[in-house]
Design a protein around this ligand. Structure first.
Ligand code: NAD
Length: 246
């Protein structure tokens, strides 16, 4: 479905990003696995793709740092000869109640989760315009739609990602660059492992499909939004949340 396309997935060493990288590779894409933390985990994703006959590289870069982002995009284009698919997945949480939230924790979540999407999208735009082809999927969150106590920084960033998706979709449509987003609900990854048992039970009680999502649940929808099957869609945010927010 994505044979021959070159893809960059940010924050792809684990969790949802890892599942997306594996899914895109399984559909024939050459995948750049961006990471900022564990090199060993990124290398494991690359090796898993290569073991299945796919093509992959790993690139260390902090998505909130514009120099890192520019160097990363150059490396992808130099290695794969183009860059057709971008998935802005990297994200962090630094939760706290509003009155206790430190200014630096607000800033760092906005920097990674929102400015990071701006920087990578800006960075790939020239290349995608030159190709007259680009497909971008941003990973927002269902709380960016509905709000959530204790996550003012995260919700502001993820709402911002939905706004950025719409704005970029309108601006880039004429250049055959589609921009969409997914809003995952409660997905079982290291990020959600940090929640208390009480928080997990409370969240699960709000999921009509009565189960946690998996990285693969999200990855399949991302693959759809990157493929020709969604050719008449841009600026949309698809909820992948078991029906939590309707
Ligand atoms: P995770 O913590 O397992 O993975 C996040 C990845 O992003 C890690 O590989 C991390 O190294 C990377 N990353 C963090 N900061 C980075 C930076 N500055 N530069 C580059 N990479 C960076 O989390 P996850 O659950 O897999 O989340 C992936 C995305 O999905 C995030 O954007 C998250 O906000 C979003 N999301 C997750 C859930 C969930 O329930 N897990 C729900 C909704 C949205």
């Amino acid at each position: 479905m994505l044979t021959g396309k070159s893809a960059l997935v940010t924050g792809a060493s684990r969790g949802i990003g890892r599942a997306i990288a594996l899914e895109l590779a399984a559909q024939g894409a050459k995948v750049a696995v961006n990471y900022s933390g564990s090199e060993a985990k990124a290398q494991a994703v690359v090796e898993e793709i290569q073991a299945s006959g796919g093509e992959a590289i790993k690139i260390k870069a902090d998505v909130s740092n514009s120099e890192d982002v520019q160097a990363m995009i150059k490396e992808v284009v130099d290695t794969f000869g183009g860059l057709e698919l971008l998935v802005n997945n990297a994200g962090i949480t630094k939760d706290n109640l509003l009155m206790r939230m430190k200014e630096e924790d607000f800033d760092s979540v906005i920097d990674t989760n929102l400015k990071g999407v701006f920087l990578t999208t800006k960075g790939v735009t020239r290349q995608m315009m030159r190709q007259k082809f680009g497909r971008i999927v941003n990973v927002s969150s269902i709380v960016g739609v509905s709000g959530n106590p204790g996550q003012a920084n995260y919700v502001a960033a993820k709402s911002g990602v939905i706004g950025l998706t719409k704005s970029n979709a309108k601006e880039l449509a004429a250049k055959n660059i589609r921009v969409n987003a997914v809003a995952p609900g409660y997905i079982a990854t290291a990020m959600t492992e940090e929640l208390t048992e009480e928080q997990k039970e409370q969240m699960l009680s709000m999921v009509p499909l009565s189960r946690l999502g998996s990285g693969e649940d999200v990855a399949r929808v991302v693959r759809f939004l990157l493929s020709d099957d969604s050719d008449y869609m841009t600026g949309q945010t698809l909820h992948v949340d078991g029906g939590m927010v309707m």
